[in-house]
Design a protein around this ligand. Structure first.
Ligand code: 5GP
Length: 193
């Protein structure tokens, strides 16, 4: 997605060779018109897959996932990263290791928002080592749904997430694929849409 790559080049910043800062348009402040384009592009790429639900992980996945769900005309379901007192019954949980926080958390799905037979488009902001997407897929499958595709806003292609997910048979649709980055430069490889 050319518009997204241009935005990353203009406003993204490689903190080092591993971490990309996109706080001004995705993680802290959100560029809503750009997210609308992200949503249209992901929805277009997934339009033949019979998607019945979009699922994302709080919090940075919500903006792109919401726009995707709106374009597809299906519900959006949000997986939570922590347990709360009102999240007790009817939940499925799995442990996920966070790349950015360097700590594990319990990813939580309210089961009644995934129905047996649901075809899910899982959407997240970043794909790094694939832990988050893999954990989310486990929960969706435990609930009886299937993951028709995994839509990613920014994939760091030099990290093992994509290989892990494709080896497990998941279809990955990444809108920007960073091949290499470092202080003052970000290089892309060909995106999926
Ligand atoms: P994974 O589970 O694939 O290792 O990491 C994916 C999650 O870690 C994403 O949901 C995202 O929140 C976070 N993440 C991974 N790498 C980066 C990065 O370079 N920049 C930012 N802002 N978040 C990242």
């Amino acid at each position: 997605m050319r518009l997204l790559e241009e935005k990353i080049l203009r406003n993204g910043r490689a903190l080092n060779e591993d971490v990309l800062l996109v706080d001004s348009f995705l993680n802290n402040q959100v560029d809503a018109p750009l997210m609308a384009e992200v949503g249209k592009t992901l929805a277009e790429a997934a339009k033949e897959l019979g998607i019945t639900r979009v699922i994302t992980i709080e919090s940075s996945g919500i903006a792109p996932a919401m726009m995707t769900a709106m374009t597809l005309g299906v519900p959006l379901v949000i997986l939570k990263k922590s347990t709360s007192r009102i999240l007790k019954d009817d939940v499925l949980q799995t442990e996920v290791f966070s790349f950015t926080k360097n700590a594990a958390y319990q990813l939580t799905l309210k089961k009644r928002f995934v129905l047996p037979g649901d075809r899910v488009l899982l959407v997240d902001d970043f794909l790094a080592r694939g832990e988050a997407a893999h954990g989310a897929s486990r929960l969706i499958e435990q609930a009886g749904g299937s993951v028709a595709a995994i839509g990613i806003v920014i994939e760091k292609s030099f990290q093992p997430g994509r290989a892990l997910l494709t080896e497990k048979g998941y279809k990955v649709i990444s809108l920007a694929r960073v091949a290499r980055m470092g202080e003052g430069f970000i290089e892309f490889t060909e995106a999926d849409a």
